[in-house]
Write a protein that binds this ligand. Sequence first.
Ligand SMILES: [Zn+2]
Ligand SMILES: [Zn+2]
Length: 357
Amino acid sequence: MEQGGKPVLGWAAKDTSGHLSPYRFSRRVQRDGDVTIKVLFCGICHTDLHVIKNEWGNAMYPVVPGHEVVGVVTDVGTGVTKFKAGDTVGVGYFVDSCGACESCGTGHENYCPNLVLASNGVDSDGATTKGGFSDVVVVSKDYVVRVPESLPPDGAAPLLCAGVTVYSPMMQYGLNEPGKHLGVVGLGGLGHMAVKFGKAFGMTVTVISSSPGKREEALGRLGADSFLVSHDAAQMKAAAGSMDGIIDTVSAGHQIVPLLELLKPMGQMVVVGAPSKPLELPAYAIIAGGKRVAGNGVGSIADCQAMLDFAGEHGIAADVEVVGMDYVNTAIQRLERNDVRYRFVVDVAGSQLDATA
Ligand SMILES: [Zn+2]
Ligand SMILES: [Zn+2]
C-alpha cells in the first residue's frame, strides 16, 4: 500500500474460494498524466471468474476484479488535456504497456509482453493492480478511452473487454464488410456482441450454438439471419462452405473441425474463447481449403476507442443485467452456469460498498 495514497473502498477475493467481500486499500497518488475516475459501472467477465479462484495459478490475493469500467473523470494530472472532470470514460483489460517493444510500436500494445492488466497485474512500480470493483481508479491517460454520451453507461461497460475482443479481429480480418457471411459460435457475453457488430457492418450473421433454446432470441431480438445447432449434423452439413469468417467465443471444450467445415476456402476462424483443454486441430481440416485459424486477445487502445465510437454511432450496447455489489457472489455463481443474458454489470456507484453481503 502506497503511503499517503488515495483511500479506496472495493470488493476483493481473499483466497481461492473466490468469495468477494469489502476491502479497503489505497491507490497511488494521481501523477502527471494520470486520470482519476469515479467508477459508475463495472462488468463481470469470465476472466474474473478464473482469476479470483486462482484457476490460472496467478492470483495475487487480495484480488479486486473488474476490467470493464465505465466512470466519470473527477480529476486529471498536470499535462492532461484530453480528459477533464465530468467526462464519461472507460478502462478496459489493461492499464499500461512498455511503449518500447515491437507490439507497442506497431499499435498492438495489447500483445506487449509487459502489459499491465487492470486487475491482478503487476504495475511498473511493482504494486499489484486492483480493478474496477472499487469506487475509484487512477489510470494513465493513454489507457483511458472516451465513452460516447449516446451510450447507456451500464450497457457500455462490457464493450471495454467483450466488445473490443470481437470487434478488433473483425476489423483486422475484413470481417466487417457488407454482404459477407459471419458465423458466431456461442451466444454469451462475447457472442452477442459479435452478432450486433456483424449486423451493424451489414453482414449476414449465423449463430452456431449447442443450445437450441437460444434460436428465438438470436433470430429475434439480436437480429441474426440464421441459427445452427452445432450437434445437428444435417444442419451443419447444409451450411458447409458458406461462411467468410467465424468468431468462436466458446470457453467450454468443443470440437472445432465441424466449425472449420462451415468456412469457405481461405475462410478465417478467430478463436476468442479460452477452453482449459487444448483444441483439437487435425491438419487436414485447414489444409483442404487453405483455411486459417487465429487467436485474438482484446484489442489496442485505438481499436477500443474506434469500437466505442462505432457503437455510439450505431446505438450498440451490451445486453446487461445490472446488479448491486451485494449480489456479486450470486452473480458469479450464475455466470459459471451461463445463467445471464448476456453480461452482469455491477452498479458500483449505486452500491453500499462497505456493507457485507
Ligand atoms: Zn474480460
Ligand atoms: Zn510493449
